[in-house]
Design a binder for this molecule. Sequence first.
Ligand code: DQA
Length: 140
Amino acid sequence: MKILVIHGPNLNMLGTREPEVYGSLSIEDLDAAILSYAADLGMEATTFQSNHEGAIVDKLQDFADHDGVIINPGALTHYSIAVRDAISSIPIPVVEVHLSNIYAREEFRHSSVTAGECIGQISGFGHSSYLLALRSLLER
Ligand code: DQA
């Protein structure tokens, strides 16, 4: 199984960005943990980060080489109909993940416009949210 992992805006700042909320792992550490756990599960993961909505839409449309997608849309979660439409346009399963528990934070983070087009959402388990998403795609 080939899995595409997409990190949205500001996730390149992991490690230094609000570590009390997002943890101390850098995005390189996070990607290494994802790749290693995927290999343990017999899966192949590739990762991609962008601060740009259109680049994320382009990446989702480029799904053809993959069997599933894990996406942390970052702030785009809360308002991007373009990312939502891109998710609903592709025929492979997409899992939405968040490092923090978006439902335990500011009210504007409580709604996700993208999760409804995903097979599910995993929120609040730090970097393990991504690992749980890999497992869920494998078991599906
Ligand atoms: C986030 C939660 C979002 O509300 C926020 O804008 C992010 C990160 C998370 O992983 O917890 O950038 O998606």
